[in-house]
Design a protein around this ligand. Structure first.
Ligand code: SAM
Length: 303
């Protein structure tokens, strides 16, 4: 059984299988098929691409992507939905469905998932890795954030996410949404909101608006950072106290590694005012700051 996954098609499919959409899994299916096509089109898929899709659902986006990409590795946590999706792919040789949680924990993508992607990439000369998905709201942040620290590193991320999250990803300094997540993404990628979508394009309707985000990672941007893990952790540490002055936030984030006078020295060296706040600094300035912090910590306690 395979067809255009309109609202009535999905409702019939679910009724026949005796299942209902599960809120706990973030099951809001995209029923505007023009938007499903727009997600795939934005990702600019080609035969070189191995796509990871988190949240197969009933395979509406998967099927479209399989016609354009080299291979689609699609992950579905729900054991009742996975067999329904598998029937949709019966004729497709380039789809691998894994019925499991895409995350090992909130800080890691599951290794089985990454291994499946690596195996498919090994089969395609010059393979590129893309995440393209209508992500479940509750895991969208850890999926995107962890993927940008992963091997393989994604060439592109195109995803439907909660609008507020999309706004945090593209936020600029001095705005209320600018924080550790904006910086983690913008330090290594260009990001833009492609489309804001009302709740009515999903079944069942979520309580929030959504947006399609297009994230284009760049090695040139990423290579500016000496140690990405250190940078990520330091930004999280500093932005926990986003309203604090930079000096206090930095003292707290480097506790037991730098003294207050080390921090004062550093700020003076970088000509940063004591009373400036991290949220006022541009991504480039924060990369520079983190690099100085890292070098100073290593001088005090060489690893
Ligand atoms: N791709 C379909 C579409 O576009 O309509 C479904 C998208 S729906 C927003 C998200 C899907 O992700 C659901 O089918 C849900 O069961 C699945 N899901 C939720 N959490 C997951 C997780 N941690 N790992 C894998 N799949 C998950």
């Amino acid at each position: 059984m395979s067809g255009r996954q309109t609202l009535s098609y999905l409702q019939k499919r679910f009724a026949a299988a005796g299942v209902k959409p599960q809120t706990r899994f973030g099951q809001n299916f995209l029923i505007d098929l023009n938007l499903v096509a727009l997600i795939a089109k934005t990702a600019q898929l080609s035969a070189r691409d191995v796509v990871l899709e988190v949240g197969t659902g009933t395979g509406s986006l998967t099927t479209i992507m399989a016609a354009q990409a080299g291979h689609v590795v699609t992950i579905e946590i729900d054991r009742l939905l996975a067999p329904i999706a598998q029937q949709e792919f019966a004729q497709l040789a380039n789809v691998t469905l894994l019925n499991q949680d895409a995350l090992r924990n909130k800080n890691h993508i599951d290794e089985i998932v990454l291994e499946a992607v690596r195996a498919r990439m090994a089969e395609i000369p010059g393979a590129r890795f893309k995440l393209v998905a209508n992500l479940p709201y509750n895991v969208a942040t850890p999926i995107i954030s962890n993927l940008l620290g992963c091997d393989p590193w994604p060439n592109r991320i195109v995803a439907t996410i909660q609008k507020e999250l999309a706004e945090r990803i593209v936020a600029l300094p001095r705005s209320k949404d600018y924080g550790a997540l904006s910086i983690w993404i913008q330090c290594q990628a260009q990001a833009e909101i492609v489309r804001v979508m009302p709740a009515s394009v999903f079944w069942p309707r979520p309580n929030v608006e959504s947006a399609i985000i297009d994230i284009r990672p760049s090695r040139v941007l990423r290579d500016r950072i000496g140690d990405t893990e250190f940078f990520h952790n330091l930004m999280r540490g500093i932005f926990i106290h986003r309203r604090k002055f930079l000096r206090s936030a930095l003292v707290a984030a480097t506790k037991d590694r730098l003294s207050k006078s080390d921090v004062d020295d550093l700020l003076a060296q970088l000509e940063l005012e004591e009373n400036c706040r991290a949220e006022q600094l541009r991504v480039d300035d924060l990369i520079d700051l983190a690099e100085h912090v890292r070098i100073r910590i290593n001088k005090i306690a060489p690893s």
